[in-house]
Design a protein around this ligand. Structure first.
Ligand code: ADP
Ligand code: MG
Length: 258
């Protein structure tokens, strides 16, 4: 449904051009779950923002095949709730302009039920724990019935127990509706637990693809999960590749400084 062709993104910082993403070509088949893993600064958020249409690539293009996604939901690392609206209000916010209020409320209640927050529709964001707030953010993305769900380290700030529960919840949601999911994380174990394939990103480039053919939900202690984890870690910590030059070139030609 979505294909990236030679995507590149550069930012200019003073005189230098920083290549946040370089020559990324990928297909995201309809209904698949792709996880993207890599260390901080490797370009994960940049890739996700381009897929979301929040950012334009500097090079290459995003092609929407057979109609492409009709509805995209995005979940960021922080819940980004509106503090003056209660849980139901936050989830319904984006819907209110598009459907009648009664339907917006009904769908919002259903989305909150999906993430296990039916009892908290009246709670204000300040009354929610981090995990609950992140569930609200997921409900807010789900309420639009996205066929493309993009998640940027959504569970990174959660404690290990809550994170595990949320991972299982995400898989349950996917098993119900099969949206195309792209899930970004810096946690290799999480990438293996959630992805049908794991893309390894380094210096703005895809340096590995790891297909993971294991049934959901996956057991983090299973030997097969650990094998994948080890292989990905080994690849990501391998000695620097010759194409791995993050700071591409000075934007303005200058005398070499030495
Ligand atoms: N708006 C921006 N302006 C300048 N540089 C940016 C901007 N956004 C990201 N970058 C740079 O691009 C690189 C990739 O960033 P990002 O995609 O946020 O990585 P990640 O999400 O993997 O941590 C980093 O070096 C970052 O500093
Ligand atoms: Mg990021």
């Amino acid at each position: 449904m979505l294909e990236a062709h030679h995507l590149g993104k550069s930012y200019r910082l003073g005189d230098v051009e920083v290549a946040a993403l370089a020559d990324v070509s990928l297909a995201f088949p309809r209904g698949s779950i792709t996880t993207v893993v890599g260390r901080s600064g490797c370009g994960k958020t940049t890739l996700l923002r381009i897929l979301a249409g929040l950012e334009q690539p500097s090079r290459g293009e995003l092609r929407r095949m057979d109609g492409g996604p009709s509805q995209t939901g995005v979940v960021f690392q922080e819940a980004r709730l509106m503090p003056w609206l209660d849980t139901l209000g936050n989830v319904a916010f984006g819907l209110r302009r598009r459907v009648p209020a009664g339907i917006a409320e009904e769908r919002s209640r259903a989305a909150l039920e999906t993430v296990g927050l039916s009892a908290f529709t009246d709670a204000m964001p300040s009354q929610l724990s981090g995990g609950m707030a992140q569930r609200v953010a997921i409900a807010r993305a789900l309420v639009t019935e996205p066929d493309l769900l993009l998640l940027d380290e959504p569970f990174a700030a959660l404690d290990a127990f809550t994170r595990r529960a949320m991972q299982n919840e995400l898989i349950a949601i996917w098993q119900k509706k099969h949206p195309t999911i792209v899930f970004v994380t810096h946690d290799v174990e999480e990438a293996v637990l959630l992805g049908q394939r794991v893309l390894e990103l380094e210096g703005g480039r895809v340096v590995g693809h790891e297909p993971i053919d294991l049934p959901f939900p996956r057991d983090p202690t299973a030997a097969a999960v650990n094998d994948h984890r080890r292989r990905i870690l080994a690849n990501l910590t391998a000695p620097a590749r010759d194409h791995d030059s993050r700071v591409a070139s000075p934007a303005i030609d200058k005398e070499p400084s030495s």
